[in-house]
Design a protein around this ligand. Structure first.
Ligand code: TRP
Length: 363
């Protein structure tokens, strides 16, 4: 039987990717890619979306397009199995967005919680760029152009998916079954849903300087783990420690596997034992941090090394992206044809229409 499921997902190229991206989405993408269960996999850089709130800083987006491409290749996305492309190179997406705009109201966009928060974060309240305000519509175009069934993203993208589904339903209701309703695929582990920054703040962000990047050197990773936020009331080793809001333990929840104990910490059999000891008192932060650092190095070293290999031939990376764009464009153009037909704006490829009109005028 032909496989039916199609994956599409992407990232804004506004910075190098960090381990929050990794546990929240990238790691899963690679597993899905290698599972062989999907008919097609599209992974793209949402550079046009990145420009909606970086319009005066195109250089930042331009620089990060190659950084993110390297991060993709480094984690194991394979251009032989996944189509990797750049949003701005697919003009069909603009045309789809233009038609979808008729299916969405201003008040519906205003209610999108992610957009709401972002408007506040960027102090856009009094002067919201229209392109930024409408990016959920363009995101619906990204998803539907490729008839994606499955969109693996973080939970902050849930409102975008909901809005995309509404557009699909509305379109299909008015113009007939054309588009495919996508579903979100969230990380399966709560710690991976949103990995906090190394300072314990809710989210990793470049401006807060609390990220561990996939491209960080082993020394940088070591240093960042050593200065990580834990439980501020856990002053002496003998004090009981708290797990809640303790970044080191949140990271362990996201990264630690049973086999790590045999390799790096034979005093314990599993994470529950470590947690119990820490809560009881008598286990110092430094020991836990050392364990976390060992685990992170194990996971990040092969990524860092693969990245270094790809960095040796940057023109080849651009070439890979260009080929991906060509492949992606074919699919998007096919969907756009169907959309135009459904919307009855395909005047010149419809012989029946021309004949029918000719008849009407010559009766
Ligand atoms: N908004 C997403 C982010 O900020 C990026 C994105 C754009 C995306 N279009 C998409 C993700 C379509 C999934 C599907 O990370």
């Amino acid at each position: 039987m032909e496989k039916e499921k199609v994956i599409l997902t992407g990232d804004r190229p506004t910075g190098k990717l960090h381990i929050g991206h990794y546990v929240g989405s990238l790691r899963r993408r690679v597993e899905l890619q290698n599972s062989g269960e999907y008919r097609k996999i599209f992974v793209f850089e949402a550079d046009a979306q990145a420009l909606t709130d970086n319009i005066d800083n195109p250089e930042k987006v331009r620089q990060n397009v190659i950084e993110v491409a390297l991060d993709y290749l480094a984690v194991g996305l394979d251009p032989q199995k996944s189509t990797i492309f750049i949003q701005s190179q697919i003009p069909e997406l603009c045309e789809l967005s233009f038609y979808y705009m008729d299916l969405v109201t201003v008040s519906r966009l205003q209610r999108n919680p992610t957009v709401k928060t972002e408007i506040q974060m960027r102090n856009f309240e009094t002067s919201i760029p229209v392109g930024f305000f409408t990016y959920p519509i363009s995101q619906a175009a990204d998803i539907t152009a490729f008839k994606a069934t499955t969109v693996p993203v973080g939970e902050d993208q849930e409102p975008m998916l909901e809005q995309a589904r509404e557009i699909v339903r509305r379109f299909n209701y008015i113009y007939g079954e054309t588009l495919v309703e996508p579903e979100i695929l969230l990380p399966d582990n709560a710690a991976c849903l949103r990995l906090p920054g190394t300072d314990g703040k809710a989210k990793m962000s470049k401006s807060l300087g609390n990220c561990i990047y996939l491209s960080d050197s082993a020394d940088e990773v070591e240093k960042k783990v050593r200065s990580m936020f834990t439980d501020p009331t856990h002053l002496r080793v003998s004090d009981p420690g708290k797990l809640e809001g303790n970044t080191v333990f949140t990271y362990l929840d996201a990264f630690c596997k049973p086999e790590h104990f045999g390799r790096y910490w034979t005093d314990y059999a599993n994470l529950d034992e470590v947690k119990a000891h820490y809560t009881r008192g008598g286990l110092g932060d430094m020991k836990v941090k050392k364990f976390l650092a060992a685990i992170l190095q194990e996971e990040l070293t092969p990524i860092r090394e693969r990245r270094k290999e790809f960095e040796k031939d940057i023109p080849a990376v651009y070439d890979m992206l260009k080929k991906g764009c060509e492949v992606a464009r074919e699919t998007a153009a096919q969907t756009l044809d169907e959309v135009r037909r459904a919307m009855k704006i395909n005047y010149f490829d419809d012989a029946a229409l021309i004949a029918e009109q000719a008849q009407r005028f010559h009766q």
